[in-house]
Design a protein around this ligand. Structure first.
Ligand SMILES: [Zn+2]
Length: 240
């Protein structure tokens, strides 16, 4: 259906188009992932101002024509997250979440849950000291996509005690007998169990430690593994 519509959106990434235009990939509340063109967005006098940067949270009005790209006609800022633009570390954390959502979200397939998770996590990254916001976000994303790591029992034999290793390829923890993957500390495993057991809030409050670092790395590896598997299954579907 062609015509004007309004939505709220987070800018996932941007590309240059021609001399002055910009293409945006947006995660919208009501329309899923949308690619649109912001005409003149790179001119100094642009009516979009500097509001169409990656990570920005916007109220948008767009025109849907017959092509793949919608056209951005109006923009208002909801949150600009200025800290994300001035702090390199925060920017890197935000970028990894934006990339993950860009890879997971389907074009024009509404996913309000994913939109809400993303804009809340961006606000948390911009305002909190927590080192595990991105890890928490990745674990939630894995769960919502049906790829949550198994952390309560051994993926090899089902044992629930003496869990000592973590294997991305096997999808979770293993016991001392099975030894799949690499060693995981008791502290990091406890944090993973809390986060995946619905107590992410408690995990976000943890001060930085070797265990939070382990959780950070593990959640990134599990996410990368999911994205690769999805990319592979998508290419198989395309060939069929
Ligand atoms: Zn086992």
């Amino acid at each position: 259906m062609t015509g004007l519509y309004r939505d709220s959106a987070v800018v996932l990434r941007t590309w240059k188009l021609g001399e002055a235009d910009r293409i945006l990939s947006l995660m919208t509340r009501g329309n899923g992932k949308i690619r649109c063109v912001a005409k003149g967005a790179r001119k100094t006098q642009s009516r979009f101002g500097g509001r169409t940067e990656a990570g920005a949270h916007l109220q948008v009005q767009m025109y849907r024509g017959r092509g793949d790209l919608d056209t951005l006609t109006q923009v208002e800022s909801i949150e600009q997250h200025g800290a994300l633009r001035t702090d390199l570390e925060l920017f890197a954390r935000a970028s990894s979440m934006l990339e993950a959502v860009d890879a997971v979200a389907q074009e024009r397939e509404p996913n309000e849950r994913l939109y809400t998770m993303l804009h809340r996590a961006l606000a948390t990254v911009a305002t909190s000291e927590s080192h595990l916001v991105v890890a928490g976000f990745f674990l939630k994303l894995l769960s919502s996509e049906g790829f949550a790591p198994s952390v309560e029992s051994c993926v090899g034999c089902g044992a629930t005690s003496d869990l000592s290793h973590l294997s991305v390829a096997d999808g979770g923890v293993s016991c001392r007998g099975c030894r799949l993957g690499s060693p995981v500390s008791v502290e990091a495993l406890a944090l993973l169990q809390l986060a995946l057991g619905g107590q992410l809030g408690a995990v976000l409050n943890q001060p930085a430690s070797p265990a939070t670092r382990e959780v950070d790395i593990a959640s990134t590896r599990f996410l990368e593994n999911m994205l690769e598997r999805r990319l592979r299954s998508a290419s198989v579907l395309e060939q069929a």
